[in-house]
Design a protein around this ligand. Structure first.
Ligand code: ADP
Ligand code: ZN
Length: 725
């Protein structure tokens, strides 16, 4: 038997499939889609079996594989085909498309082996028992085990460790090891709501015909979208089908998992970055074995190895976290959802309070069916939004807090209600600068300002990790005028503490939530009203549902408007609308205060009016004029390498080659990227804008082919980039 094995050659960015012989004794266990260990030059590599054949076209003498790594298939037929489609759509290597689907424990790589965990159980060995005398106490224990067939060691130890060890010694009780999972979900269910008639109508509309069809569910914050999703998933479950629901990493809170657990018990699997590699491995195996029919997870959960999928839901579809943009394959989980929806012939639902322009445009054209939940479940109006113009106010405010915001916070604290404060840190860093001459500390390896870290009094580069202590004199003008500019959450927390000395303040950002379980503890503590004010970055904007929160304050709405990206208005509008939606979700009415230096910007004024369609129409006009998505497609070609001149010259050559071949496309660049140098690698970008370009893939593939294996330059392609700065 000969097999074709796809291996990963570390970082070469090339695909190779090699033929190997299978020793007779292993033949029976060879299946397409498992991993095998193979000799490769002087090393051994893991690879995926993609072909089984009788003849090889290789001119070299074939070697034998070393071992088989899996009993179960790692990549089933659907995923194998999906990988091939992704390769064609993203122009990434096939091996990278397969690797991205799998948890670390199942990737084709040598590395730390992630073990399965086992529990020890005992059963009665009836054959031995007949000839042996036992005491009444021993008899009792034997009967207990006999009745249950298998009993956990820990349970028997609790009864009597001495009797247990005697019975084990006499071989009356024998050990059996059973796999156990690192995570456990409670089986206990909660009660469920009677759907409102609006919710009911949506459910009926989707269930009328459960074959493949994409939908946009446009529902304001608190309109009960999640309840609708759960109802749809339950319907699939009743038909013996499985479901996937994607949420952005940031809103995959313990709250969300708990809601699903209360509805579906331990039939769920949750996949997200807070899990250890072992936990991810266990969740994956529960899914493969059909022990969990419902998968909730962040981007890569779209590859969950479910069979017979009946419902795919992408919540908060506007979130850019669904696009993998920092490494290959640069895929969108939304595209993968459509491919899998077609394969399984099931509905695909894109939900959001602030749909992305692309998805709304498709629904306006009738490509996606439009469904809407225009009102909050409780009949409450959306919270009243006030805009504070900080241009004048900053002179009269206490630190970063306008007088209005201070008054409102006081008011809520007096009433025993809770407050969420958002510090917008998108595109923002607290850099260190000299107040005298304006000198700013930069990373010696990257073109980026160093970020101030108060706890260690150091400055660090967030790209390459470079760090140094903070100087007190300026290296440029020698004045002692160094200060850290800008607002960190720590600094705002200090100010808050001074203005509201009696308030209990909880700070939540990537620093305070990085420890495992920290995020969960904080959310529970805030829900139990152990804190009055929750202060945080984007992490507080999404998915949280606290009934006692009646004020949301946005300390600085503007930083995200200033990012040089065509989506900065859209992203700002959606961030502000989302965080505003955390206020007044229950009986008590809510309000929102947004502090800004751009009170007239349309992203801000449409947020105030809760007017998504107003924003959409305005933004669509701009996109049309400037030839941006959804009117045109974009493709970002990233060209990088250590020798600036060489890379720059090659980038020009690439541009000329593209211009010769792509006659329907506008080609911008090459230009140095906004952050030109990262870790001493220089980066250039070429942007393609096109409506229809038949020769695009073919031409780009030729470019990639040309630089394959050239270690001085790297070319990456990003179709429909989520950001181009
Ligand atoms: P969304 O996902 O649209 O923001 P949720 O599904 O989280 O909305 O619902 C908002 C709140 O309303 C939640 O606290 C939820 O438990 C509650 N809720 C949703 N549907 C109903 C219903 N039919 N009856 C009563 N309460 C509901
Ligand atoms: Zn750096």
């Amino acid at each position: 038997m000969i097999i074709g094995v796809l291996v990963e050659l570390s970082n070469k960015n090339i695909d190779k499939m090699f033929d190997y012989l299978v020793p007779k004794q292993l033949e029976a266990d060879i299946k397409i889609g498992i991993r095998v260990e193979v000799p490769f030059g002087s090393q051994t590599l893991d690879g995926f079996v993609l072909e089984i054949k009788d003849k090889s076209s290789s001119e070299f003498e074939l070697k034998e594989i070393i071992s088989i790594k899996d009993n179960d298939i790692v990549l089933n037929d659907e995923l194998l085909e999906l990988g091939r489609i992704m390769k064609n759509k993203t122009l990434a290597t096939l091996i990278s498309c397969y690797q991205v689907m799998l948890p670390k424990a199942l990737k084709a790589k040598q590395g730390r082996v992630i073990n399965k965990k086992f529990d020890t159980y005992y059963k009665v060995n009836e054959d031995v028992l007949s000839g042996i005398k036992t005491t009444p106490k021993q008899e009792e224990l034997i009967n207990l085990v006999r009745e249950k067939e298998l009993v956990k060691r820990s349970e028997l130890l609790e009864i009597s460790s001495s009797i247990l060890s005697t019975l084990v010694k006499k071989n009356i009780l024998v050990e059996e090891k059973l796999e156990k999972y690192r995570l456990n979900y409670s089986k206990e269910l909660g009660s469920k709501f009677q759907l409102t008639s609006d919710q009911e109508n949506i459910v009926e509309e989707v269930l009328k015909d459960t074959s493949f069809k994409p939908y946009l569910l446009h529902g304001v914050t608190g309109s009960g979208k999640t309840e609708v999703y759960m109802e749809l998933i339950e319907d699939a479950l009743n038909k013996g089908k499985t479901s996937i629901m994607l949420v952005p990493e940031i809103s995959l809170t313990p709250q969300m998992v708990e809601r699903f657990q209360k509805r579906f018990g331990d039939n769920i699997a949750a996949l997200h970055s807070a899990l250890s590699d072992g936990e991810k491995y266990d969740e994956w195996r529960r899914i493969v074995r059909g022990e969990a029919s419902i998968v909730i997870g962040a981007r890569s959960a779209i590859f969950a190895p479910l069979n017979n999928i009946g419902m795919i839901i992408i919540d908060e579809e506007h979130s850019e976290s669904y696009k993998q943009s920092d490494s290959n394959p640069r895929y969108s989980a939304k595209d993968v959802a459509m491919i899998r929806g077609k394969y399984h012939n099931c509905p695909v639902i894109f939900g959001s309070a602030t749909p992305s322009l692309e998805v709304m445009a498709r629904s306006q054209k009738g490509v996606y069916k439009y469904l809407s939940l225009p009102n909050r479940v409780n009949g409450k109006k959306l919270p009243l939004v006030r805009i504070i113009d900080m241009n004048e106010e900053i002179k009269k405010s206490k630190g970063h807090f306008s007088r209005n915001l201070v008054t409102s916070i006081n008011d809520k604290l007096e009433k025993g209600e809770q407050v969420i404060l958002l510090l917008n840190r998108r595109g923002y860093a607290s850099f260190v600068t000299c107040k005298s001459c304006g000198y700013t500390f930069k990373c010696p390896n990257c073109d980026i300002s160093l970020t101030y870290h108060k706890s260690s009094n150091t400055m660090r580069c967030h790209y390459c990790g470079y760090g140094t202590k903070v100087y007190d004199t300026c290296p440029e003008c020698k004045e002692k005028a160094i200060s850290d500019l800008g607002v960190g959450t720590q600094k705002v927390e200090e100010e808050l503490g001074e203005i509201f000395p009696n308030a209990r303040i909880l700070r939540m950002d990537f620093d305070t939530t990085s420890r495992k379980g920290a995020h969960e503890k904080m959310i529970t503590a805030f829900k139990n009203h152990e804190y009055d004010i929750l202060l945080g970055t984007q992490i507080v904007a999404k998915g949280l549902d606290f009934s006692n929160v009646t004020l949301v304050g946005v300390i600085n709405a503007d930083t995200s408007l200033n990012i040089p990206d065509f989506r900065s208005s859209e992203n700002t509008f959606s961030l502000l609308s989302q965080v505003a939606g955390r206020s007044g979700r229950s009986e008590k009415s809510g309000e929102v205060i947004i502090q800004t230096y751009n009170p007239d910007h349309y992203a801000i004024s449409y947020t105030k009016m809760h007017d998504y369609m107003g924003f959409y129409n305005k933004e669509m006009e701009i996109r049309k004029t400037l030839k941006y998505p959804p009117f045109y497609y974009l493709c970002h070609i990233k060209i990088s390498g250590k020798e600036m001149e060489y890379v720059s010259k090659e980038a020009e050559k690439i541009k000329r080659a593209l211009a010769r071949n792509l006659l329907e496309t506008s080609i911008l660049g090459p230009t140095p990227s906004t952050i030109f140098r990262v870790n001493n690698v220089f980066r250039f970008g070429i942007i393609l804008k096109y409506k229809k370009e038949d020769k695009l893939e073919e031409t780009l593939e030729k470019v990639l082919e040309h630089y394959k294996g050239n270690s001085k330059i790297r070319v990456d392609i990003d179709f429909n980039p989520s950001q181009i700065y």
